[in-house]
Design a protein around this ligand. Structure first.
Ligand code: DP6
Length: 322
């Protein structure tokens, strides 16, 4: 069968996904909101081939075996079931950002794989169903399917847990300046981390406030209200890390540099700058800012010891076929 190629972008969550109601189906405990990151991308080609005796997965020119291959193969099984297709597939994938940059690649990876794989199997899924499919590979991938600013409604079942665009990428020119403090891969991956959320006594408290934070964040984006956005984004990041730290075993993703940057960003905002910060399941800090803050901010950040790299990303589109 013919090969299909798709491109998708990673995303940064403003209201975070942490913990599942159903881990196998990746039905999250709460909804989440994110922005796709333009410039950073995964490009994936898929070809089903009757002459193959197993699935093949080549990532950044390296043939994968073990866990990465198993995760891709399990995802291809979902596509094969949907499309009534028995052939194995060759999957070739490339990230234009280093795998170890501390930027979650599973979101762009499974969004691109969902699109390229479903098309290669002869399926033309509407966006909602493509988001549901991507979710089965990685929860956050559901949010990399639609473009721009995206909300994943948690739902209760496979049918109603998917993401939709709140606003296109041009709607608001937020910039994500990613301060890389540790380029190594995280020790505990998100998939294992989600299972620990329920062990934290703070988890119910975090959950009890999340719908309100979702509403505030959605409104702030639609009104382009940076002050409201900044407060709710930082609060939600802190809630997630509080749950992580108080789970059993605890997850502590920050490094001393993470703390330094967060402290500094708060001080700069108090001094009147339109910036805020959020941290995913790793030590790197995503500093969200309005475009006019970027020049001075970059200059200041290069003065901070321990920042190994700065990556700049603007709001990006959804997954597309190329
Ligand atoms: C902290 O989507 O990577 O980045 O579904 O197991 O692949 P899996 O988890 P993943 O979790 C993302 C967690 C997060 C927050 C977020 O992106 O919402």
């Amino acid at each position: 069968m013919e090969s299909r190629t798709a491109v998708a972008h990673p995303n940064i969550a403003f209201i975070k996904y942490w913990g599942n109601r159903d881990a196998a189906l990746r039905i999250p405990l709460n909804g989440s909101i994110s922005m796709n990151l333009a410039g950073l991308e995964t490009r994936t080609s898929v070809r089903f081939d009757g002459s193959l005796s197993s699935d093949q997965f080549i990532l950044n020119d390296q043939n994968q075996t073990g866990k990465p291959l198993q995760r891709v193969s399990a995802f291809l099984n979902v596509i094969r079931n949907l499309a009534n297709q028995a052939q194995f597939a060759q999957v070739e994938s490339k990230n234009n950002f280093p795998l170890g940059a501390g930027i979650a690649s599973s979101a762009s990876a499974f969004a691109a794989l969902a699109l390229a794989g479903s098309q290669a199997a002869g399926l033309a899924l509407p966006e909602k169903d493509l988001s549901r499919l991507a979710r089965l590979g990685s929860g956050s991938a559901a949010r990399s399917v639609p473009g721009g600013y995206v909300e994943w409604q948690a739902g209760y079942s496979d049918a109603d847990s998917f993401a939709c665009s709140i606003a296109g990428p041009e709607y608001w020119n937020l910039v994500d300046l990613i301060a890389i403090v540790d380029p190594l891969e995280k020790v505990t991956g998100s998939s294992e981390g989600h299972d620990l959320a329920a062990t934290s006594p703070l988890n119910p408290l975090r959950q009890s406030g999340v719908n309100e934070r979702l509403a505030i964040c959605r409104e702030a984006i639609l009104k382009r209200d940076f002050a409201a956005f900044a407060e709710v984004v930082e609060a939600d990041s802190h809630w997630m890390h509080a749950v992580m730290r108080t789970s059993n075993p605890p997850l502590y993703y920050w490094r001393p540099e993470t703390e330094v940057i967060l402290w500094q960003v708060l001080a700069w905002r108090k001094a009147g700058h339109a910036i805020c910060a959020t941290v995913d399941a790793g030590p790197n800090v995503h500093i969200m800012a309005l475009e006019n803050e970027i020049a001075w901010l970059k200059a200041e950040l290069t003065q901070i010891q321990g920042i190994k790299d700065l990556i700049l990303a603007r709001p990006g589109p959804g997954a597309v076929l190329v």
